[in-house]
Design a binder for this molecule. Structure first.
Ligand code: FES
Length: 275
């Protein structure tokens, strides 16, 4: 059992959990994720990015939104209780390098959580980092203080204008691409539609754009094919080839259609949890 060391509610349905996982804490790198299983035999496996880690304490931090049956079940667990299985670190770490122009990191909603260690790593490599955070409203923004502390510039956008600019994240992103010092690289993490439009925004400017995909996963080892996506002319597995890919090459439409195929089962599971 993996012990829950700390639990905190960040917004109405977003939770932070610190888990005791010393081996993962020691070897994890920015961009990697874990797969959680709540039940020994029949549990759904959910991939969650490692938002932070502490080698000394032997802990990793995950941030998740209670949107389906399993995440709802996880959100109801308490400090001191244990999760059946946590597998990781999985996936290919983010390719971090030092650029002479700024790196722009874009986080949408819960996507800000996996973006956090990436911003940390780009800063540690000596980059100027501009972070754009977006959410539907101010109550759904997470890690704002942490991102403000870490980033050279923080731009906040909300759909309703309750905090920062009333705009989609693509608006400031386009302005930065048009500026005298365009970004050397953009990293966008959030809902698939947001990553798609961030990639479409940077495409005309030929600004390299990395997206981190969070598809359905089963084994997490490249065997089941559940996480497959089309990238350019190839089929890739998000669990072993990703989770990060060139946003200009990802076929977002087919990915979104595959991700919606289990909506009914998801709803049914959630109803069972609520009953
Ligand atoms: Fe099975 Fe990626 S989760 S191949």
């Amino acid at each position: 059992m993996i012990e829950i060391l700390k639990k905190e509610q960040l917004s109405s349905d977003v939770y932070l959990m610190k888990l005791h996982a010393p081996h993962i804490a020691q070897s994890r790198r920015a961009g990697q994720f874990v797969i959680l299983m709540m039940d020994d035999n029949y549990g759904e496996r959910i991939p969650l990015t490692i938002a932070d880690g502490n080698e000394v304490e032997g802990s990793i931090t995950i941030i998740f939104q209670a949107v389906g049956g399993t995440t709802l079940q996880l959100s109801r667990m308490k400090e001191g209780e244990g999760i059946s299985h946590v597998l990781g670190p999985l996936g290919t770490p983010t390719h971090i390098r030092k650029h002479s122009s700024p790196v722009v990191c874009v986080g949408g909603g819960i996507g800000t959580a996996p973006l956090y260690p990436i911003v940390q790593a780009f800063k540690a490599a000596g980059n100027r980092v501009i972070t754009i955070m977006g959410a539907r409203n101010k109550d759904l923004l997470i890690l704002e203080n942490e991102m403000a502390e870490l980033s050279d510039e923080l731009i906040i956008c909300t759909d309703d204008g309750s905090r920062g600019r009333k705009a989609l994240v693509t608006e400031p992103l386009k302005e930065l691409c048009e500026s005298d010092v365009p970004p050397a690289e953009v990293v966008a993490i959030g809902p698939p539609v947001m990553m798609k439009f961030c990639s479409e925004t940077t495409r005309p400017f030929a600004v390299p754009t990395v997206v981190s995909l969070n598809t359905i996963m089963v084994d997490g080892t490249g065997m089941c094919g559940g996480c497959r996506v089309t990238v350019g002319d190839s089929t890739k597995f998000v669990c072993v080839d990703g989770p990060e890919f060139d946003g200009h090459k990802v076929d977002f439409n087919s990915m979104m259609s595959r991700m919606s195929s289990y909506k009914e089962q998801e709803k049914e599971h959630q109803c069972r949890m609520d009953a």
